[in-house]
Ligand binder design. Structure first.
Ligand SMILES: Nc1nc2c(ncn2[C@@H]2O[C@H](COP(=O)(O)OP(=O)(O)OP(=O)(O)O)[C@@H](O)[C@H]2O)c(=O)[nH]1
Ligand SMILES: [Mg+2]
Length: 201
């Protein structure tokens, strides 16, 4: 089973995006395995709707540890895939030891996972430039020989498209997928990438 890490700063929409992908794969229920920073594992089966209500929040660091969601891509065209929704990363250390451990586990997966989906809140791009931690995530991911996809989320929010255009002018090598997890727009573009990169020949 292919392991895909969904990584990014806190509150960029990683969890909602994972659940939208599960939904786009036709799932009504999500099997969620939550690996807590203390090593404990909690398994839950929730409807996608309940998972969104429970696991998505405007508060930063809602996801602490690694939350794995199985999104079986069509078995006819590809192998099964799991998404590792992760703890948001930031430049500074954090007061909370559990969050620090969650970040450390996320960094470990960044160098181990077989595929990386890097989520950025498009409204936070400063003059169209990635934050230092996002630049680091991109550099490390590209240095590894695994599929890497940059996703600009929250395209529905004011200023997001203007900032995305500025980014496109400053970095012509990396073409971000522009999506709104809130409005379920552009999710099929990510799904297509996941299917293409997971086809079994
Ligand atoms: N406007 C807008 N809001 C979004 C979008 N995607 C997510 N959000 C909101 O952003 C907030 C954070 O979403 P989450 O999915 O919890 O983000 P996260 O990256 O998992 O956050 P942490 O687990 O805290 O790191 C919630 O209030 C979501 O409703 C989007 O496409 N547009
Ligand atoms: Mg989350």
């Amino acid at each position: 089973m292919r392991q895909c890490l969904v990584i990014g700063r806190p509150n960029v929409g990683k969890t909602l995006l994972c659940l939208r992908l599960a939904q786009a794969c036709g799932l009504k229920w999500a099997f969620i395995m939550h690996e807590l920073p203390d090593g404990a594992v909690r398994e839950r089966v929730l409807t996608i709707r309940d998972a969104m209500a429970t696991l998505v929040s405007a508060a930063r660091y809602t996801t602490v540890g690694i939350q794995t969601v199985g999104v079986g891509m069509s078995s006819a065209i590809g192998q099964r895939l799991v998404l590792h929704d992760s703890t948001g990363l930031c430049e500074d250390s954090h007061d909370n030891a559990l969050i620090r451990r969650g970040m450390a586990r996320t960094l470990t997966l960044m160098v181990q996972s077989e595929q990386i989906v890097h989520v950025v809140d498009a409204t936070t791009l400063d003059k169209g430039v990635l934050s230092p931690i996002d630049s680091l995530i991109m550099d490390v991911s590209k240095a590894r020989d695994v599929p890497y996809t940059l996703v600009f989320n929250k395209s529905d929010a004011p200023g997001a498209m203007r900032k995305t255009e500025l980014y496109r002018k400053s970095d012509r090598r990396t073409r971000p997928l522009v999506v709104s997890a809130l409005r379920a727009q552009g999710i099929d573009d990510i799904q297509r990438v996941l299917i293409r990169t997971n086809v079994v020949n």
